[in-house]
Design a protein around this ligand. Structure first.
Ligand code: SF4
Ligand code: MG
Length: 287
């Protein structure tokens, strides 16, 4: 099988989306947007014709973080908010793998917010898909960092939070991310294309996937009337892109920003000597 040197992408396509799905049935609610994101991830991997054993998918905690169990890939279901450091460590230790991190807005932008900033800044070559439904779904509908200030359907914030919602794309740009995109569960083809582009990008790729929570925020079905195309005139210009993000209502879809980059690796990376160090440590601490 012919492969490119740096990201395992096979040149002769032979795979189908189903080759990346496990036999575990998702326990997401009927109509949850995460089904569509799962389909987009597996379609993107098929389009890139990646061997399943060369891909690792990492998550934190939450409804969306169950996604690795529904794939046939090596996976790591980590602790809350810690998908990005796990993904970073894995990519540094195993640069031969294609690494994808997935999770929700609560996991990624609240408890995991600090890791998000530094993943953007470090620019290690992996792809982060944040499945954003503007709510904590698994713990029954509390406000998350991306919840609109006036959303008053949570028992914990019956009058709304009164706090402006975080803009993940703006944060990513300010923290130095070199690839920023926004997709929507209702347009799985575009979302697949964005994931393909994100995996191909050499460096940290951030994809915000708007993914509705039908159970706790059923009004999100109106998103289909709100999504629109993000203007791409300034896709390489961070200052103009920052202005476009501020002008946008958070529902602009597509590639928002991309700059040419090379993913960061530690200096003097020598897998053989690192393996030796690991073996020595294992021998030292064995009982
Ligand atoms: Fe999806 Fe919301 Fe159900 Fe969680 S609670 S599975 S996010 S619809
Ligand atoms: Mg959420």
């Amino acid at each position: 099988m012919s492969q490119t040197a740096d990201n395992n992408i096979n040149l002769i396509p032979t795979k189908k989306a189903k080759d990346y799905k496990s036999t575990v049935s998702p326990i997401w609610c009927a109509g949850c947007g995460h089904y569509s994101v799962l389909a987009a991830v597996t379609r993107a991997l098929a389009e890139l014709n990646l061997e399943p054993e060369n891909v690792a998918i990492i998550s934190g905690i939450g409804c969306s973080s169950r996604l690795p169990a529904y794939t046939q890939l090596f996976g790591f279901h980590g602790v809350h908010g810690r998908a990005l450091p796990v993904a970073s460590g894995l990519k540094v230790a195993r640069p031969d793998l294609t690494v994808i991190a997935v999770g929700g807005d609560g996991d990624g932008f609240s408890i995991g917010g600090n890791h998000f900033l530094h993943a953007c800044r470090r620019n290690i070559n992996f792809t982060y898909i944040a499945m954003d439904n503007e709510v904590y779904g698994m713990t029954k509908g509390q406000a998350s960092p991306t919840t609109p200030a006036d959303w008053d359907h949570s028992k914990l914030t019956p009058h709304g939070t009164g706090i402006p919602a975080l803009q993940p794309a703006s944060l990513a740009l300010g923290a130095g991310a070199g690839f920023i995109a926004r997709g929507y569960y209702g347009d799985p083809k575009q979302l697949t294309d964005l994931i393909v582009k994100g995996i191909k990008h050499d460096g940290f790729s951030f994809i915000q996937a708007l993914s509705q929570c039908v159970t706790f925020v059923p009004e999100q079905k109106h998103w289909k009337e709100m999504v629109h195309t993000f203007p791409i005139e300034h896709i390489n210009d961070p200052i103009q892109t920052a202005a476009e993000i501020q002008r946008d209502d958070g529902f602009g879809l597509g590639l928002i920003y991309e700059r040419p980059s090379h993913g960061w690796m530690p200096p003097h990376h020598d897998p053989e000597s690192e393996l030796q160090i690991l073996n020595d440590m294992e021998a030292r601490f064995s009982v």
